[in-house]
Design a protein around this ligand. Structure first.
Ligand code: APR
Ligand code: PHB
Length: 393
């Protein structure tokens, strides 16, 4: 089978599906090619904090209905350390916006339902995806499905296929520059059908980092930092809960309702950036081009801002033959990416216990947290970045 479209998108995660939705609204056709099954994509548990720019963009695209009904609006995250009262970073006061707890899995469900309604072409379970002629005027993508080799021709290819995808590998090594940092620990995350805390709470503790978050009024999400060599079997519930409560500290722990975990997984932490985010008529967006550690929850929000810039670029290209946004895409997207990469590296470094950390390092972290608590200027800087840097015009 052979198809032709305007834009072929590789990967039906949040970046790829959102892009195809935004393109459709601009009257631009697309085909999405995804390696996994729809259920597999929906089964992945990911972060759940949306910057206000993300909230407004999803609303503008007509994707805000369930989010506004079921999402939980917060005025700012809280930080706990040293057994003192929590510090709330009042982003509403400093930046004038809020943020929203709404799980990425729910966004993915909303995106697939919207795709069903418009009859979008998403080819799930496509194997051996290959990109061809991406520096020509007519690139194409081939893949196998139901035992048949298929081909989609387009004006542009967008790689939204995550960190382990094929798109980035198409860019020659002589062109692609990569920047990477691996952290010597992971996050063990659980879901529990218990009422969550009112706030998203990040905790610094000498035993390691912990985080309290939420999905809905009866679904909590908690994390503790753990060694990369640990497996979920090392963390039965009767070890997890006491460790979490110790790290959150007595005042936060007092509000935690414990219960059986219904999901448990360990994720490594990594910072990664690939530059440029364009090669010929191939564009990269989302995790295909950059990874941030989850501290600060920027991953999904960066995928959304990439899509915002790209969709605007394609709209100007197809409506007016104006390519200045597409030509500026990589530089513009990377400015926002590096802002979030720097912020999530900083917050990770501030809040985690590093294996080789000395008492000096621990006291320096505590001193920085005390400074943050005492300085409205420091809080304003954190608030501005947690809220999300603005989209550029
Ligand atoms: N061919 C086709 N599809 C592929 C291939 C391939 N070779 N490789 C990977 N994929 C698919 C994956 O199965 C996945 O569904 O690409 C999709 C990429 O989705 P994500 O990894 O969710 O990445 P993205 O859409 O950029 O979303 C970014 O997800 O990982 C989080 O923190 C991240 O929240 C951020 C968001
Ligand atoms: C989550 O809810 O899963 C979450 C929240 C905040 C983070 C990371 C993850 O920084």
């Amino acid at each position: 089978m052979s198809l032709a479209t305007d834009v072929v998108i590789i990967g039906a995660g949040p970046a790829g599906t959102l892009l195809s939705h935004a393109l459709h609204q601009a009257g631009i056709a697309s085909v999405v090619v995804e390696r996994a099954s729809r259920d597999h994509v929906l089964g992945r548990v990911r972060a759940g904090v949306l910057e206000w720019g993300t909230v407004e963009y999803l609303r503008r695209l007509g994707l805000g209905e369930r989010m506004d009904r079921e999402g939980h609006v917060h005025g700012g995250p809280a930080i706990a350390w040293g057994g003192r009262d929590v510090l709330t970073i009042d982003i509403h006061k400093y930046v004038g916006s809020n943020f929203m707890s709404y799980g990425q899995t729910m966004i993915q469900e909303d995106l697939y339902l919207a795709a069903d309604r418009r009859g979008a072409e998403i080819f799930f379970e496509a194997s051996d995806v290959e990109l061809h002629d991406v520096t020509s005027a007519r690139p194409s993508v081939t893949f196998s499905r139901d035992g048949e080799r298929q081909r989609v021709e387009a004006d542009f290819v967008v790689g939204c296929d995550g960190f382990h995808g094929v798109s980035r590998l198409t860019v020659p090594a002589s062109v692609l520059r990569t920047y990477e940092k691996e952290y010597p620990f992971g996050w063990l995350g659980i879901l529990s059908e218990t009422p969550p805390l009112e706030d998203v709470v990040y905790a610094h503790h000498e035993r390691g980092f912990a985080l309290a978050s939420r999905r809905n009024p009866m679904l909590s999400r908690y994390y503790v930092q753990c060694p990369l060599t640990d497996s979920v079997d090392d963390w039965p519930d009767d070890r997890f809960w006491p460790e979490l409560l110790t790290r959150l500290g007595p005042s936060v722990a007092a509000g935690v309702v414990t219960g059986p975990s219904i999901e448990k997984s360990i994720a490594p932490l990594r910072s990664f950036v690939a530059e440029p985010m364009r090669y010929g008529n191939l564009f990269l967006a989302g995790d295909a081009a950059h990874i941030v550690p989850p501290t600060g929850a920027k991953g999904l929000n960066l995928a959304v801002s990439d899509v915002y810039y790209l969709a605007r670029g394609f709209a100007a290209h197809y409506a007016d033959g104006d390519d200045h946004y597409l030509d500026g895409y990589s530089d513009m997207a990377l400015r926002r990416v590096w802002g979030a990469v720097r912020f999530s590296w900083w917050l990770t470094t501030l809040l985690h216990r590093f294996p080789d950390q000395t008492d000096f390092d621990l006291r320096a972290q505590e001193a920085e947290l005390d400074y943050l608590a005492s300085s409205p200027n420091a809080q304003a800087a954190m608030a501005e970045q947690y809220a999300g840097l603005p989209f550029e015009d």
